[in-house]
Design a protein around this ligand. Structure first.
Ligand code: IPM
Ligand code: MG
Length: 359
């Protein structure tokens, strides 16, 4: 049966990197007869330019009707001065909420070929393989009430609310335990239970789930300590589960440990297996249109998509191997370039992955 992918190239470097990912999809599609079909849609600044809003109901419907979504990146200075309610980021947040993509998997893997790119000492990051499971449709990102109000003295006050209901904590918790069972069987739950009630509840629910996953070792860490431990000794972590805001922050930190945020894919999944896949990096407007962006995070997002939403593990393995090969060939885009390597453009990198797949 054919599977349908929705391509949302987005803004900035989005169209360039999604174009390379598309070459890779075309290649495995043909070579392995996968019967993948795709259509395109608009989300982010490009949708604002075309329709006045960052995400239309039509695009949401396109997403619902797909088996998986591949996103480039959204946002850029052109739209930064717009009202918060219609900024490009709102499109992304709305898609996450509408499709109930509550589980955000953000791996931080250090490729041995890129060990020098990390800002940490080599021995601290060699063979690093962490997975951050970030709750993506709740918490302070979506909590009500929110806004800016005028106080009695005329001063303005901004406010947001960090809220989690038991069922939301339980579903991301179960998800993280299940992921940990398939990996190193260690799960660290990160919150701020020493200060926040919402975190106290989070910890209680995680503890309650633990007996059902007795093969997984559960630990708890406050988020400030977790940030410190991530840069002090990142290899102590296997799977980290945390709330929306903490996960946003910690996943950037974890990504940087690898020294190459341009290499990291992510998946946002709902309970039906539908997922939106995107590179961890942003739209990088400063280098857009120059053909220098690294397409590998997007290509590896295709790998995750084949694995998690489309049930095509063989094709996923082939892509992972092809990416390893281009690194072994010393091909590097500017972001991961170092002395003695061969600098390539966005499209040369995409072509090299396709060549490796065909070899
Ligand atoms: C991310 C991004 C988004 C987030 C922004 C663009 C809304 O930082 O996916 O990590 O905060 O979730
Ligand atoms: Mg972020």
């Amino acid at each position: 049966m054919s599977k349908k992918i929705l391509l949302l190239a987005g803004d900035g470097i989005g169209p360039e990197i999604v174009n390379e990912a598309r070459k890779v999809i075309d290649c495995v599609n043909e070579k392995m007869s996968l019967e993948l079909a795709y259509e395109e849609g608009l989300m982010g600044g490009c949708s604002i330019d075309a329709h006045g809003v960052p995400l239309t109901d039509e695009t949401i419907a396109q997403g619902r009707a797909s088996d998986a979504i591949l996103l480039g990146a959204v946002g850029g200075p052109k739209w930064d001065t717009l009202d918060r309610a219609i900024r490009p980021e709102k499109g992304l947040l709305k898609m996450r909420a509408e499709l109930d993509l509550f589980s955000n998997l953000r791996p931080a893997i250090l490729y041995p070929q890129l060990a020098d790119a990390s800002s940490l000492k080599k021995e601290l990051v060699a063979d690093l393989d962490i997975l951050i499971v970030r709750e993506l449709t709740g918490g302070i990102y979506f909590g009500e009430p929110r806004g800016i109000r005028i106080l009695e003295n005329g001063e303005r006050q901004g406010y947001n609310t960090m809220v989690y209901r038991e069922s939301e904590i339980e579903r991301i918790g179960r998800n993280a335990f299940e992921v940990a069972q398939k990996r190193g069987k260690r799960l660290c739950s990160v919150e701020k239970a020493n200060v926040l009630e919402v975190s106290g509840l989070w910890r209680e629910i995680m503890e309650g789930l633990a007996p059902e996953y007795s093969d997984v070792e559960l630990s708890h860490m406050y988020v400030d300590n977790a940030a410190m431990q991530l840069v002090r000794g990142p290899k102590q972590f296997d799977v980290v589960v945390t709330s929306n805001l903490f996960g946003d922050i910690l996943s950037d930190c974890a990504a940087m440990l690898t020294g190459s945020i341009g290499m990291l894919p992510s998946a946002s999944l709902n309970s039906d297996g539908l997922g939106m896949y995107e590179p961890v990096h942003g739209s990088a407007p400063d280098i857009a249109g120059q053909g220098v962006a690294n397409p590998l995070a997007t290509i590896l997002s295709v790998e995750m998509m084949l694995r998690y939403s489309l049930g095509m593990a063989e094709a996923a393995d082939a892509i992972a191997a092809a990416v390893g090969q281009v690194l072994d060939q010393n091909l590097r885009t500017a972001d991961i370039f170092s002395e003695g390597m061969k600098k390539v453009s966005t499209s040369e990198m995409g072509d090299a992955v396709v060549d490796a797949l065909m070899a």
